[in-house]
Design a protein around this ligand. Structure first.
Ligand SMILES: C[S@@+](CC[C@H](N)C(=O)[O-])C[C@H]1O[C@@H](n2cnc3c(N)ncnc32)[C@H](O)[C@@H]1O
Length: 214
């Protein structure tokens, strides 16, 4: 119960921060706190490449958890991935979902308010979802991340793919969470399944993790 209250408070502050930022900067990389479009896209490319390699199917269904204003769908549609990825997105922030609906008026059905897939999916993917954090307590934030991953794990046939900023030690600095690569792998291995990591190409300090069911 107490845990639930503290997560609600955390998310309230996260939602406020994203809502304000989106209003100030608009539907673009900076509007969701990315440095620029190229690092945003490099993250998408790394996540999607992994799902493509790990999926036994020609067509792979993905849920983008923390979809922001819908930039991943834009990226997919303009790339070769459009042939084999079936996309849906959810976000806990109402302003983000409204922005997705504005961007894709004919594909509104692909975007919903939420934190996990609302149906069975091949992969759940998370890009930057857990970077911004309004707690100084590492333990709280890491529990929050794993709790959220757990909900998507249950709905994902093949696994989860996510990126996190990483450093020598886990830390929270200037409201940004940094994981430790090895420690995250160990914990995800114990809690879920075989976990591997690559340094996200072209994004310094960012690591893409894949947690598989097989
Ligand atoms: C850094 S932004 C990235 C947005 C998008 N993935 C992109 O790369 O353009 C993180 C997004 O995750 C959302 N978010 C944060 N925590 C979430 C959670 N637990 N479940 C779903 N969405 C979440 C935020 O509202 C925000 O839109």
């Amino acid at each position: 119960m107490l845990q639930h209250i503290s997560y609600t408070a955390l998310e309230y502050r996260i939602n406020q921060a994203y809502q304000t930022r989106l209003k100030q900067r608009g539907n673009n990389a900076e509007g969701v706190f990315w440095k620029n479009k190229s690092t945003q896209i490099a993250r998408f490319a790394a996540l999607l490449e992994i799902t493509k390699k790990a999926s036994p199917n020609l067509q792979t269904t993905i849920f983008d958890i923390g979809c922001g204003y819908g930039a991943m769908l834009n990226f997919i549609e303009q790339s070769a991935y459009s042939q084999n990825i079936l996309y849906s997105g959810v976000d806990i922030n109402r302003s983000m979902i409204k922005a997705c609906w504005q961007q894709f008026p004919e594909k509104k059905h692909l975007f919903r308010l939420g934190r996990k897939p609302y149906k069975e999916v091949d992969f759940s993917v998370f890009s930057g979802t857990f970077n911004l954090c309004f707690s100084n307590k590492l333990e709280t934030w890491e529990k929050y991340i794993f709790g959220n991953l757990e909900q998507s794990w249950k709905k994902s046939r093949f696994g989860l793919v996510l990126n996190l900023l990483c450093d020598i030690r886990p830390s929270i600095r200037k409201q940004i969470y940094y994981a430790n690569r090895k420690q995250f792998i160990t914990r995800a291995n114990e809690r879920f399944g075989p976990t591997h990591a690559i340094s996200t190409p072209c994004v310094s300090g960012d690591v893409t993790f894949v947690i598989s069911k097989t």
